[in-house]
Design a protein around this ligand. Structure first.
Ligand SMILES: [Zn+2]
Length: 174
């Protein structure tokens, strides 16, 4: 007697739609993270005067102002994240809703953590200005440069050292 052919039939693959739904919700939320990624200072970029030496007193005052304003802005953002977390305390009975809520919570906590780290970096930069140590690369000792500091006021390395570090990191991880 021949074996039944039925065993050869492929089983239909069940696709889970649960993950898709929650990831869409999270994707919408991630846009908010760009708010803190860079300096959004309203202070106009510093105009270097003729023969002005790097990190002059006026330049230092400028960067202190930029850093302080950025810290203020971050404080407001952190308060918003905190309020959001607090008002989102209710739990959902639906497991899909609950899963997306948990992802959202995790996202907010990560944002909060980033904001906290950035606040520390800003404080460190302000401290460096006061100690006359700001604007110089920690690796090679060269000028980081006004342009780069304008875009990243907390930068501790010049663009060359930073790029080199990133290449090294990539090689180590990959
Ligand atoms: Zn360097």
């Amino acid at each position: 007697m021949a074996l039944k052919q039925a065993t050869k039939k492929k089983k239909p693959v069940k696709k889970s739609t649960v993950k898709k739904v929650s990831s869409i919700k999270v994707a919408v939320k991630t846009k908010a993270s760009s708010r803190i990624a860079n300096n959004k200072s309203k202070i106009a970029p510093y105009k270097t005067k003729k023969n002005e030496k790097y990190m002059s007193a006026a330049m230092k005052r400028h960067f202190i102002a930029v850093l302080l304003q950025w810290r203020e802005h971050l404080k407001e953002e952190m308060q918003k994240t905190f309020d959001h977390l607090k008002t989102k305390g209710e739990t959902y009975a639906d497991p899909v809703d609950r899963a997306s809520q948990e992802e959202e919570f995790a996202f907010e906590l990560r944002t909060r953590d980033r904001e906290r780290k950035l606040t520390n970096k800003i404080a460190l930069s302000i401290e460096k200005i006061k100690q006359d140590d700001y604007g110089w690369c920690e690796s090679c000792g060269d000028e980081i440069g006004v342009k780069r500091l304008e875009a990243r006021p907390t930068a501790t390395h010049c663009i060359h050292c930073k790029t080199l570090d990133e290449i090294k990191e990539k090689q180590l991880s990959g």
